[in-house]
Ligand binder design. Structure first.
Ligand SMILES: [Zn+2]
Length: 176
């Protein structure tokens, strides 16, 4: 019962976490064609909400969509990590690469740095989707921007997720 109350209260505050996970995963998979960075993005796709504290708590609601949802640090960190990984010779991470343990061990830090970049890209996709179902901090963090295209958990939210899957699917299909 209590859990239900928390969930209901929390669902008013953010796009559904499973939708954040699905959209981040399919977009990154379509963009880079590899499942491993897509998994890293899925893991990062709930990060901006997670760092606000316990879901539904007073504290979390006060912090919601403030500093945790400012895109600038995520962009800077993701770009810096991608540069660093690339500088160390890692520009992609595939299943084959992970299966080849000797290769992965030889490049373990750049591989982790590369995947961490995609973790933050997942967080950025979270913020992007939040900005179309409410407001998030803009470049100047005290100003907020965003549009309310749909209500959280609504049919429109699921229609958008379906559209993202369909477009990403077409991109992946085109790459085959
Ligand atoms: Zn959020």
């Amino acid at each position: 019962m209590r859990q239900g109350t928390l969930n209901t209260r929390y669902s008013i505050l953010t796009m559904k976490w499973h939708n954040h996970r699905i959209t981040a995963g399919v977009i990154v998979f379509a963009a880079v064609g590899n499942i491993i960075p897509a998994i890293a993005a899925v893991l990062g796709s709930t990060f901006p909400d997670r760092i606000e504290g316990k879901m539904g708590s007073e504290e979390q609601r006060k912090r919601h969509r403030k500093g945790s949802h400012w895109f600038v640090p995520y962009v800077l960190v993701a770009v810096a990590l991608l540069f660093l990984a690339s500088h160390k010779g890692v520009n992609s991470v595939s299943i084959d690469m992970v299966q080849d343990i000797s290769l992965t061990l030889g490049a373990i830090y750049p591989v982790l740095i590369y995947l961490l970049a995609f973790f933050f890209i997942g967080a950025l996709l979270h913020i992007a989707f939040d900005s179309i179902c409410g407001k998030v901090p803009s470049l100047y963090p005290k100003k907020r921007f965003g549009i309310k295209l749909f209500k959280v958990g609504s049919t429109k939210e699921y229609a958008l997720v379906f559209l993202v899957i369909a477009i990403s699917g077409l991109v992946i299909w085109g790459q085959l």
